[in-house]
Design a protein around this ligand. Structure first.
Ligand code: B16
Ligand code: MG
Length: 219
């Protein structure tokens, strides 16, 4: 039996509740572009990079813009987003996160973050949980974003673990696809739509038991 020895966490939607902040920032940009944008539309942006998100919104509106305008809108979206999380603190950690990080650290289980966000390291510091992670791989560290497995492969490599020795926790379809493409064990978290695509699903991390984690994956 394979020994699970590492946990890889997505950030937005798994560790911290920031997806509404991303949604509202993109909604403001979509409004400026005159493109209708609902929470349902936002589902397909979860886990994907900032640039790919803007491309999707432009595609929905059938719009083509210059590179300069593209960069301006990316910056504007990020400024909206950063303003909305300026006061972020541990109250935005999702249920079960802090308890799991503490317990896993006590048990010396290796942990990393694998996020598409270029703000990941900043957010981890604001939340004061960066010290739990042996590695943080984010949108600044990859050539190809989720659903490509690069972010998780780099995370596993930084932990000296093989993908089959890791559990990836993900809330987004793109992230689940990335984990499966990299041959990781994956647990879907906090997004009922994932129940159709993952074998193991948790409403939140309070439902994850370290003592049963190997069995959870292998059964
Ligand atoms: P940024 P994750 C992803 O983070 C978010 O789910 C997604 O909504 C966001 O567009 C993406 O990061 C890029 O974020 O604009 O901050 O670089 O879920 O992979 O942790
Ligand atoms: Mg996510």
């Amino acid at each position: 039996m394979v020994n699970i020895n590492a946990l890889l966490f997505d950030l937005d939607g798994v560790l911290v509740s920031t997806e509404t902040n991303h949604y509202l920032a993109w909604k403001a940009i979509a409004q400026e572009l005159g493109v209708p944008f609902t929470e349902h539309d936002n589902e397909s942006l979860k886990g994907i990079s900032r640039a790919d998100s803007l491309k999707k919104i432009l595609g929905k509106g059938g719009l083509t813009i210059s590179n300069e305008e593209f960069d301006r809108l990316m910056t504007k979206k990020n400024n909206y987003y950063l303003a909305s999380i300026a006061e972020i603190n541990q109250s935005k950690l999702l249920p079960g996160v802090k308890e799991l990080l503490i317990l896993a650290k006590e048990r010396r289980i290796k942990m990393a973050v694998g996020s598409s966000s270029k703000n990941a390291k900043f957010i981890l510091e604001k939340l004061n949980i960066q010290q739990y992670f042996d590695a943080v791989i984010d949108g600044n560290d990859v050539q190809i974003p989720k659903p490509n497995p690069e972010v998780f492969l780099k995370g596993a490599s930084a932990l000296n673990s093989l993908p089959i020795e890791c559990i990836v926790f993900e809330d987004a379809q793109s992230g689940v696809e990335a984990a499966l493409a990299g041959n990781f064990n994956v647990i879907g978290v906090g997004n009922p739509a994932l129940k159709n695509v993952v074998t193991h699903y948790l409403n939140d991390l309070t439902e994850f038991s370290i003592d049963n984690y190997a069995q959870l994956i292998r059964n």
